[in-house]
Design a protein around this ligand. Sequence first.
Ligand SMILES: [Zn+2]
Length: 192
Amino acid sequence: MNCSEPFGAAVLGDYWLGVLGGGEEEVLEEHLFGCDECGARLREMIALADGVRNLAKEGCLRMVVSEAFLRRVEEEGLRVRQYTLPAGGEAQCTVTADDDLLIARLAADMSGARRVDLSIRDGDGVERLRLPDIPVRAGASSVVYQESMTFAKAAPDNEMIMRLMALDEAGERLLGEYVFHHTRSLPGPGGW
Ligand SMILES: [Zn+2]
């Protein structure tokens, strides 16, 4: 058990989710053929990733997803409602009973940011949730955030503010703020 080039959990997870690129997938499969150590780690990943995949596809998680995940679910015929905002942008948004996934694409200049947090605030600017150290691919110009469908479908008219923050020793730096004016389209109670 001494793999000289162990694959990271993120790569193994992407592999199991089926979102690795063709070339990367081939390299990993060749490696797994001869490496029990990485194989064992992959099996550990499977229980976890399977659960996450199902939850993500049901659209009930608030999470940052990859472009590949988005392509995959669209190919599978899920209906994706997507709002794309520049830094400082605002959107009028809603969700209908037909939507499977609700996606916010937040554009920002993240070059040089070692850690990026996504802060989700109510209309008064009070932070309600923070996703720390979200995955940002090198050279990425946007973050793809999946809102919880369970939450969005139940939400009354409300305002939600998202902020992308860069964190380093110097503290926090605002990369972009995004305001969503949500209009309810489905009846029922709900809210924060
Ligand atoms: Zn290995």
